[in-house]
Design a protein around this ligand. Structure first.
Ligand code: BG6
Length: 270
């Protein structure tokens, strides 16, 4: 599988052309930011398990004609440009356009641009343009797998009092205080416009998003972890997914010629 390797004075990263999928990101003085499954087999046509899969033009599996989380994470992107802006900052730009295969699943002309800014902060922009003569609707997500010391050590903060759909029983609930995880969790928080903070023993990760109001928090726990592709039964202890998204009612409609941007940045402190 082809990938781009970036190294500058502040950070290093690896990004696969399949899915414009970043699967390693490390700053000079911190551990890997992203979890990557030891069982990821890096096969073309199969999404890498870990890193940041891009879910596009659908998040989830509500659309019968579309693979779960859309088709972009298994499509080959074009590497358009790499810019070394200074010794601490490198930008990498990827592009995807419609193809014969994509039109069979989703019959629209589009342009999808993904820009990574690699420095002590990881920033990603996902820009969708409608190049068709009819409108279309998208849902989307940065499906980020964070590497953690242990699932029992973390808390996810700033979602207090937010409504969420608990997809395990399809009920709408309200978050009370911070999130800690002691069982399977699969939730879609809505109306989120503030930063989210992931606290672990030895670091705190700040998640800043724009262009989205949904946040998915997911950990498969023991049984599901054992039954998922590219994942060991112990994997659930090593990661948590916090996904900046446009999901469910938070979808985006684009008229011909219109575009929309989803952005996220991850910064870390002790
Ligand atoms: C999460 C969903 O975003 O992705 C979960 O909320 C799903 O329901 C998970 O199991 C993993 O999906 P996939 O397609 O990568 O196995």
């Amino acid at each position: 599988m082809e990938y781009v390797e970036i190294k500058n004075s502040s950070a290093s990263a690896k990004i696969a052309l399949q899915g414009a999928h970043i699967f390693e990101f490390k700053t000079r003085d911190k551990d890997e930011l992203l979890w990557l499954s030891g069982e990821s087999d890096f096969l073309l046509g199969k999404a890498i398990r870990g890193g940041i899969p891009l879910c596009w033009p659908r998040f989830g599996n509500l659309d019968k004609n579309m693979p779960q989380h859309g088709f972009a994470r298994e499509a080959i992107f074009e590497l358009v440009d790499i810019k070394e802006l200074n010794e601490n900052l490198t930008e990498v730009l990827f592009k995807l356009k419609e193809s014969k295969e994509s039109r069979k699943i989703w019959d629209y002309k589009f342009e999808l641009e993904v820009k990574f800014s690699i420095s002590d902060i990881l920033e990603i922009e996902l820009k969708t343009r409608n190049c068709d003569s009819k409108e279309f609707m998208i849902t989307q997500a940065f499906h980020t797998y964070f590497k953690i010391s242990n699932i029992s050590n973390i808390s996810i903060n700033n979602l207090d009092k937010k409504y969420y759909l608990d997809t395990l029983d399809d009920k709408v609930k309200v978050q009370n205080r911070e999130i800690t995880i002691e069982q399977e969790v699969d939730r879609v928080y809505q109306g989120v416009e503030n930063d989210i903070v992931l606290k672990d023993l030895d670091r705190t990760i700040n998640i800043k998003s724009s262009g989205s109001k949904s946040v998915i928090v997911w950990n498969p726990w023991i049984e599901k972890s054992a039954s998922m592709s590219g994942m060991s039964s112990e994997a659930y202890k090593e990661f948590v997914c916090i996904e900046s998204a446009n999901a469910f009612e938070d979808f985006v409609t684009l008229l011909p010629g219109e575009s929309t941007e989803l952005k996220v940045s991850y910064s870390q402190e002790d």
